[in-house]
Design a protein around this ligand. Structure first.
Ligand SMILES: C[S@@+](CC[C@H](N)C(=O)[O-])C[C@H]1O[C@@H](n2cnc3c(N)ncnc32)[C@H](O)[C@@H]1O
Length: 244
């Protein structure tokens, strides 16, 4: 992705809107992210599910992944509530991890036996590493650069058991790249937990394309579902379609 595209991506996530693309208006979380833009360290216990709470350094100077996002909070809370035991045994890769909130919460709450990989663009690497250290998770998590659309880094399992992606749907030029990465990473036994907030019509078009490629199913065992659905947040699983 060129520098110009990266800047547009940053601006896009900060509330810039396209001509006919506005579906839900300027979303509250985008406004909040501006208010919370001064660098600081926050504590997150995900509705009391994580004790001691996770500590996350928030710093928007490196890009929009430097803060917390509503779909990330939703996904982490769901995984801690419903998948705590199941995730212990599984290999896990997070895409577009930002500061690492979801992956860090899973590592702390589930203690998976395999190294958990949080990934993002180069600009997020230092923040991911800072947050790993802040929670003493160096032995359990590895942070690396994984640009969507590019070859899967060699350190990452080719087809992990679980792929996590939260709030990765927000910048149209990156959609084909993200779709390519989902194709690369999702193997026959992979489950991708994909949580996103619908902000524009283009987001729905993207999900329609994903549905052509994959089996996409809404997560239906989350007691919080109705409450985040009101904020246009969806949580689904994405799996390979069975051949034949
Ligand atoms: C809105 S943030 C969400 C961060 C985190 N998942 C959360 O929920 O808090 C989207 C993340 O996707 C990353 N991202 C965007 N385009 C990307 C690309 N082409 N390759 C890899 N990561 C990308 C951004 O750097 C950013 O950290």
């Amino acid at each position: 992705m060129t520098e110009e595209q990266q800047q547009r991506q940053h601006d896009s996530a900060e509330g810039e809107e396209e001509g006919d693309g506005l579906v839900f208006g300027v979303s509250e979380d985008l406004v909040q992210s501006r208010e919370r833009s001064a660098a600081h360290t926050g504590s997150f216990d995900f509705d009391g599910l994580l004790q001691p709470p996770l500590r996350v350094h928030i710093d928007l100077t490196k890009g929009n992944g430097g803060t917390t996002w509503p779909a990330g909070m939703t996904l982490a809370t769901y995984l801690l509530r419903r998948k705590r035991e199941a995730l212990k045994e599984l290999s896990i890769v997070e895409l577009g991890a930002g500061g690492g909130l979801v992956g860090l919460a899973v590592a702390m709450g589930c203690r998976p036996k395999h190294t958990l990989h949080i990934t993002d663009q180069e600009s997020m690497l230092a923040l991911m590493r800072q947050n790993i250290a802040l929670n003493n998770l160096e032995g359990q998590i590895s942070a690396s650069v994984y640009n969507w659309g590019e070859a899967t880094p060699s350190a990452i399992p080719k087809h992990p058991d679980v792929v996590l992606a939260a709030d990765c749907v927000y910048f149209e030029p990156a959609f084909p790249l993200l779709q390519q990465t989902l194709r690369d990473l999702i193997g026959p036994s992979t489950t991708c937990y994909f949580c996103y907030k619908r902000r524009r019509r283009a987001d729905q078009h993207f999900m329609r394309k994903v549905k052509k490629d994959f089996l996409v199913e809404d997560v239906d065992d989350d007691p919080d579902r109705e409450s985040y659905a009101r904020e246009n947040i969806s949580l689904c699983t994405i799996r390979r379609k069975r051949e034949g």
